[in-house]
Design a protein around this ligand. Structure first.
Ligand code: MOS
Length: 694
């Protein structure tokens, strides 16, 4: 089944609404009589609340309610789904991390609530937080994204490694990073009797509904979650964090709709973060560069109440042809909030270790880094021997290397200079598993030939209202302008979590199947549309046994150029070329934005981002965008990204293998490898700082 006319550049249909302010984000919602809530976060990382003096706050102008553990309604904080976090809903005096909610102040205006929150005096009994990975409690996870972590854990790889002609064994570190989408988290909650309507900034309206049903012990059918526009999320909005039920609790107590916005410094509190990792990675090769063994042993921080595995080892498990491979992962409990998925979880952090190590191995063997990867190219998934639905990684290497000019590189570190600057060229492989979830879709053709496509997914900048109509139109052989998209509401057909680069595979496949069924129905009616129109409801469930037939994965190749000031050791990325193998491209313009976005974040991971903790107190020291470094336009060299043509007909009906995150996997290693080539200094801990290059 081939879909014609796919991939055309189409500008965002919601672009004008977004730039004029007509597109309503959660923070823009105004309901009659609505009150404003602000969370009071803890100022200790571990201990308990001894007393709260809220007298001043309660008498402040406009303040309606100060909700603390002494007067909050009793609700259920426990997890519903496996990926849920324990919530912190003012049910006890315990404090488990910096910036945990300890009170909520509700007032007539946002400013009054902020001022009231400032007047709440909390006294704590402080205990010593656990901030040391080495000393922390060890957790051995059994599973990671459904994969048995101990599946291939054995000792037989060690002799193979020890006997290798050339080997490297190093420790790579990646830091805690906090998501900071332009729109912070926010919720508006309104009760009508025992039914609840919630506007939320979320990646999954249906997940929010399930979670709220669990907290309030009401049937999900009593809850409606509305979430059309989301101003960025990147994994942090994959689950309903504590402020969502807190808004609904405040609304229930006050009997008024309540808007609760998470402030920028609170983004470093209870709403998730990428956990720091420490990865011991070893690889051995024969003299010609053929890999003989790999060991990947990773650990990451998690919180006192939750297990979160950052699946670093997926990257090494699923990429190179290597006869002896072992992985192991464990968690360490710190006095921090629960980590969560952040853009390319696992493969971005794992990719830094593996692709840095491959570069180190290339130097040790005196083989070109690209050539070393080609010598270990795997035609099948090396973990399970399965054929891929499609794999065009060779084409990625070739196209990006050609455009970058890789053949002109001189191998020796510090051998390339320009205008008094050290120049470095580095490369790395990108790799990321393809995911897909069950999705429904409803498609209606009206008598005038116009079409309405409805799915309860969200739009977080990826282009949902632009791309899915394109896909439906391509199947129907009509103009995309004739297809209107309805989305962002649990009253619409169910969609899966919009994360893990799975939305186009999931919602896109439901769209294709619905449009095909509509096309067939129309044909069976001889092309005549009845007065009531034609409506098709599709529930596109993932067929597990079909999924098992082939390996599904996206790939790519990154090439980075850096300039390093030889005196100041300041690093700038001056050029970046990447080619990515993502299956079908549904819209060249929005796809290009996705790929560039990931590259920007990969550069940011390499050079800038790190959440800094005071290890004595467990408090975060850089919880503002003035202190937490992210790149500006001047730091980014206008990445040149190529989506390699690939009409993958086996992966799923939409033909896509996920493109949101793959360009971030291995990206930081390409920069680190370029920095090594420029300076001769190998930095194995992110971000790469001037101090590390001294
Ligand atoms: Mo994905 S972790 O939601 O960017």
């Amino acid at each position: 089944m081939s879909i014609p006319v796919i991939g055309a550049s189409r500008s965002r249909v919601d672009g004008p609404d977004k730039v004029t302010g007509a597109a309503k984000y959660t923070c823009d919602r105004e309901l009659p009589g609505m009150l404003h809530a602000v969370v009071v976060p803890s100022t200790i990382a571990y201990g308990r609340v001894v007393s709260i003096d809220d007298s001043e706050a309660r008498s402040a102008q406009g303040v309606v309610l100060v909700m603390t553990h002494r007067n909050a309604p009793v609700v259920d904080e426990n997890k519903v789904g496996a990926q849920d976090a324990k919530l912190f809903l003012l049910q006890s005096d315990a404090v488990e991390f910096d910036r945990q909610p300890v009170a909520v102040v509700v007032a007539r205006t946002f400013e009054q609530a902020v001022y009231g929150a400032d007047l709440v005096r909390v006294a704590y009994e402080t205990r010593a937080p656990q901030m040391d990975l080495d000393a922390a409690e060890v957790v051995e996870p059994q599973q990671m994204l459904g994969v048995d972590l101990r599946l291939r854990y054995s000792q037989k790889e060690k002799p193979a490694l020890d006997g290798a002609h050339t080997k490297i064994a190093q420790l790579y570190r990646t830091p805690t990073e906090h998501h900071n989408p332009m729109e912070t988290h926010g919720t508006v909650a309104a009760w009508d009797g025992d039914t609840l309507t919630v506007y939320d900034s979320t990646q999954w309206a249906f997940g929010v509904r399930t979670r709220l049903a669990g907290v309030f012990k009401i049937d999900p059918s009593k809850i409606r979650v509305i979430a059309p526009f989301v101003g960025g999320a990147f994994g942090s909005k994959g689950t309903a964090w504590s402020h969502v039920p807190l808004a609904a609790m405040a609304a229930r107590v006050t009997g008024k709709p309540v808007k609760l916005l998470v402030t920028r410094p609170q983004m470093f509190g209870w709403v998730g973060h990428r956990p720091q990792t420490e990865q011991h990675f070893s690889a051995g090769a024969s003299a010609d560069g053929t890999l003989v063994a790999m060991l990947h042993d990773a650990r990451n921080e998690t919180s006192l109440s939750d297990d979160f595995v950052e699946p670093c080892t997926v990257f090494s498990r699923d990429l190179y042809a290597v006869p002896h491979y072992t992985m192991h992962q464990e968690l360490r409990r710190l006095s921090i909030s629960k980590p969560t998925y952040q853009r390319a979880p696992g493969e971005s952090t794992g990719g830094f270790a593996v692709e840095s190590a491959m570069d180190e191995l290339a130097y040790a063997l005196a083989i070109d880094p690209l050539e070393l990867r080609l010598r270990n190219y795997s035609e099948v998934n090396p973990n399970n021997g399965k054929e891929y639905t499609s794999k065009k990684l060779r084409e990625c290497y070739a196209q990006a290397a050609e455009r970058f000019g890789w053949s002109k590189r001189t191998a020796t570190p510090r051998s390339m200079q320009r205008n008094g600057m050290l120049v470095g060229w580095g490369m790395a492989t990108a790799s990321r598993g393809t995911h897909r979830g069950d999705s429904s879709a409803r498609i209606t053709m009206q008598t005038d030939g116009s079409v309405v496509l409805a799915v309860g997914t969200i739009e977080q900048g990826t282009g949902s209202p632009t791309v899915y109509p394109q896909l439906a139109a391509a199947v129907l052989g009509i103009s995309a302008d004739l297809v209107r998209f309805e989305w962002g509401d649990t009253n619409l057909p169910t969609a899966p979590l919009a994360a893990g680069s799975q939305t186009a595979a999931s919602v896109g496949s439901a769209t294709v199947l619905a449009a095909q069924a509509l096309r067939d129905r129309l044909a069976s009616l001889g092309g005549k549309i009845p007065a009531e129109g034609i409506t098709i409801d599709i529930n596109a469930k993932v067929d597990e046994s079909e999924e098992e037939r082939y390996a599904q994965q996206a790939f790519g190749a990154h090439f980075a150029e850096v300039e390093v000031d030889p005196d100041l050791l300041h690093v700038r990325v001056t050029r970046f070329v990447g080619a990515y193998d993502v299956g079908r491209v549904l819209n060249a313009k929005t796809a290009g934005s996705q790929l560039v976005g990931s590259v920007v974040w990969g550069i940011s991971m390499a050079l800038y981002e790190k959440t800094r903790f005071d290890l004595r107190t467990g408090r975060i020291m850089n919880a503002t965008l003035a202190d937490y470094l992210v790149p500006t336009n001047a730091d980014i060299p206008n990445p040149d990204v190529i989506a390699v043509e690939d009409d993958d007909e086996r992966v799923n009906p939409a033909g896509v293998r996920g493109m949101g995150e793959v360009a971030m996997c291995g990206c930081a290693a390409a920069v680190a490898n370029a920095v090594y080539h420029a300076t001769g200094v190998r930095v194995r801990e992110l971000p790469i700082t001037v101090e590390a290059l001294l």
